[in-house]
Design a protein around this ligand. Structure first.
Ligand code: SAH
Length: 362
């Protein structure tokens, strides 16, 4: 039927918008709270099963809205307990989300785009190019699906926007997703438990600084100079290291909170003692913690992971210069769920990417 095509997706509505939509149709606004509880707390997406709503309202909802939920296609479990979820969206596009247990918290690693436009030199997702943005409903939908599949609807978990995509390149939908996630009648995930990881798109970073709901911030830095970073993170040619760090310095941080700087260590590229000293100098006076990520190597990625010695030496220099530093343990490498390894077969675009498919052998 023709009107079905324009039925709004209820998964995309913040509660105030749902209240408004209900009121416009002559229903009571407070029903939105009940509907949110069904969807987000109980995982019920079939309006007819929302038993504390009257029969008429249930029918009216089914008539007026759709409620899209990503479909779980495949689930893989690593020896370390990390689980990777392949999800299919309404239009058939596929994305991946990852569950990382005991870090010490339970963490959901969520995607914000299908593919990514940033094309970082060491990242497989970047090789897909950007296929499309996710809607807020699809971003939150990953959390709904994982929480259900893992029987974690009643448990606390953290969320990191470190899956596929650049969250600040899909700003409005990402922020809307954070508001839906935070709703007290829904999943009630406080923004303090959410970390947004970005290459540092400057205008969006400054916009983020004004947000009432503020997630934790992680910056994918990866190199201390423009020359090096420009090679690794192409957007650096537009927004350079100095500008990104300046934006971090003026970013309004809550007491005791700090900005995480992610730094993928690439053997012979950005892992020298001199690089470590430059990084320490760059970050001096910034409320920071540095998260070193030894490269997760993959076919098609033209870099190598440094030796354990090189990693330790790099970390030690940062520590000697009074920076807080941690080395990220790779989780889920055996199922290709680790950082930068998320890619969905058959959705790549360029010949280089097809090469990577062959190399993967699946
Ligand atoms: N686009 C965002 C979030 C997604 S990536 C961002 O760039 O921050 C999450 C982190 O994984 C980023 O720091 C990214 O640089 C890192 N990463 C990408 N590819 C990687 C790889 N092959 N090995 C290790 N870390 C990688």
């Amino acid at each position: 039927m023709s009107h079905e095509a324009v039925q709004p997706d209820l998964a995309n509505l913040e509660r105030p918008a749902l209240e408004q939509a209900l009121a416009e149709r002559g229903h009571e606004r407070f029903r939105a709270r009940q509907i949110f509880r069904w969807i987000y707390r109980h995982g019920i997406t079939d309006f007819s099963a929302m038993t504390d709503l009257g029969r008429d309202l249930r029918a009216a909802l089914a008539e007026a809205f759709t409620l899209l939920t990503p479909q779980l296609v495949e689930r893989e479990r690593s020896v370390d307990g990390t689980e990777k979820f392949l999800l299919r969206l309404g239009d058939g596009r596929r994305i991946e989300s990852v569950f990382i247990p005991d870090t010490p918290a339970m963490t959901f690693c969520i995607s914000t785009q299908v593919g990514c436009a940033m094309a970082c030199a060491f990242c497989l997702t970047g090789k897909m190019g950007l296929l499309r943005n996710l809607t807020a409903g699809e971003i939150v939908g990953q959390v709904r699906v994982l929480a259900g599949a893992l029987a974690m609807r009643d448990r606390r978990f953290n969320i990191v926007l470190m899956g596929m995509g650049e969250p600040l390149h899909n700003y409005d939908e990402t922020m809307k997703a954070l508001r839906i996630l935070a709703d007290e009648h829904g999943l009630a995930v406080s923004p303090r438990r959410v970390t947004l990881s970005t290459v540092g798109l400057l205008p969006a970073l400054d916009r983020l600084a004004q947000e009432p709901l503020m997630p934790n911030l992680a910056i994918s830095l990866h190199a201390p100079t423009d020359q090096q970073r420009g090679e690794l993170v192409p957007i650096n040619r537009k927004y350079g290291v100095g500008e990104v760090i300046a934006a971090c310095r003026r970013f309004p941080l809550k007491r005791r909170s700090r900005i995480t700087f992610e730094y993928v260590l690439l053997s012979g590229v950005n892992d020298s003692p001199e690089d470590a000293r430059r990084l320490a100098k760059l970050l001096s006076g910034v409320k920071s913690k540095v998260n070193l990520i030894p490269l997760n190597a993959a076919p098609g990625i033209p870099f190598e992971r440094p030796s354990e010695d090189a990693i330790d030496r790099f970390a030690q220099i940062l520590a000697d210069n009074h920076l807080t530093v941690s080395v990220r343990k790779s989780r889920g490498r055996d199922i290709r769920a680790a950082c930068g390894q998320l890619i969905v077969e058959g959705q790549r675009q360029s010949p280089a990417q097809q090469l990577a498919t062959l190399a993967f052998g699946d």
